[in-house]
Design a binder for this molecule. Structure first.
Ligand code: NAD
Length: 325
């Protein structure tokens, strides 16, 4: 399957692994890239820009295929030296960046000067058009189904993707709610140039998280995610564990929510421990509605090959038969 993005990114299959806090380490990114997709290291998972440079080198030792780095610009508990992380990405020689969260415009001149291909993750058409206007090379259109931050508009990919196809000139990925060949075929049909998957790649052999977390997502249904931080206009879709329920209870109390009341429950450091130790109620973790469609823990290669084969079968068999019936 060749699309505008497989050509521009130099990858074999139109499948990209989204940036994920604590999950986007070299083990996962290199496995996705080695399997013909595009793996992504998560910049802020590294404690310092210097550590990010080392992680990029570690990934290079594990794959000779292209991979990218994610830079997410959202509220954080500790201030992040974004400029220094962006400079580390430029210095590393990596040629593809996924930006997410706030407007990436301040970083575009340095990325463009370094010849970096910028994919901005957007949860709305207006942000996608803005990304195109400021010079991003592609966007990842993130529907309401997604894990992490879906924005505040609550528009699903059935609407966002055809709208993106109508209104954007630059290529775009479908992101959110994707994890099988049906999703890939449907995304291509709706005009996307490929898919971006986060949660589905968390439930693979190579994802560097505890097997109990993976099994919880295998066992989960489509009803097992929750939207937290709604009251703070920083909505995030997470796995519905007891901590997410406690956060929702605090947010549901009368009056404005004070982030300080939920900070001890949600701090990223606890999420990291949860992933390492497999204590499912240690903190929160991002998970998308796709958990309802995940029922195994394959290698990245098995997963990617299966998705491409299923999409190929749908396009060349089922749809062909329907079209010629
Ligand atoms: P952190 O420990 O700094 O913060 C924990 C959570 O609280 C994050 O979700 C953050 O957005 C939120 N938060 C922090 N300060 C806030 C405030 N003042 N008001 C409202 N919400 C606030 O975060 P971390 O786990 O170290 O992650 C670092 C960055 O990566 C954060 O910006 C986080 O949102 C982002 N992230 C993105 C995704 C995703 O969608 N791909 C997933 C996980 C984390």
């Amino acid at each position: 399957m060749k699309t505008r993005l497989t050509k521009l990114l130099g990858i074999e299959h139109p499948i990209v692994q989204g940036g994920m806090q604590w999950v986007g380490l070299a083990e996962l990114a290199s496995a996705v890239s080695n399997a013909g997709g595009l793996g992504i290291l998560t910049g802020l998972t590294q404690p310092t820009p210097e550590a990010l440079l080392k992680e990029i080198q570690r990934c290079r030792n594990m794959t000779d295929k292209p991979f990218a780095v994610n830079l997410t610009i959202l509220p954080t508990i500790k201030p992040v030296p974004y400029e220094e992380y962006a400079q580390a990405i430029v210095d590393s020689g990596v040629k593809i960046v996924e930006t997410a969260g706030r407007n990436p415009e301040p970083f575009l001149p340095m990325f463009k000067e370094a010849g970096i291909f910028v994919i901005h993750k957007c949860t709305s058409i207006r942000h996608s058009l803005k990304a195109e206007k400021i010079g991003c090379d592609a966007v990842s259109v993130d529907g309401f189904e997604c894990a992490g931050h879906p924005g505040e508009d609550d528009v699903t990919n059935m609407i966002l993707l055809p709208l993106a196809a109508r209104r954007l000139s630059i290529p775009f990925l479908a992101s959110g709610g994707l994890g099988d060949g049906k999703g890939l075929a449907a995304s291509l049909a709706m005009g996307a140039d490929g898919i971006n998957m986060g949660t589905r790649f968390m439930v693979t052999q190579e994802a560097p998280i505890h097997k109990r977390v993976k099994q919880a997502m295998v066992d989960a249904t489509e009803l097992d995610t929750a939207l937290i931080y709604r009251s703070l206009r920083n909505t995030a879709r997470v796995f519905k564990n007891s901590i997410a329920e406690q956060v929702l209870e605090i947010e549901g109390q009368p009056g404005a929510t004070d982030f300080e009341d939920i900070r001890p429950l949600v701090q990223g450091a606890k999420g990291r421990e949860l992933f390492e130790e497999g204590d499912l109620d240690r903190g929160i973790w991002s998970a998308g509605m796709i958990v309802g469609l995940i029922d195994d823990i394959p290698t990245c290669e098995e997963l990617i090959n299966r998705i491409v084969a299923e999409a190929d079968d749908i396009i060349n068999e089922r749809l062909q038969q329907l079209a010629t019936a």
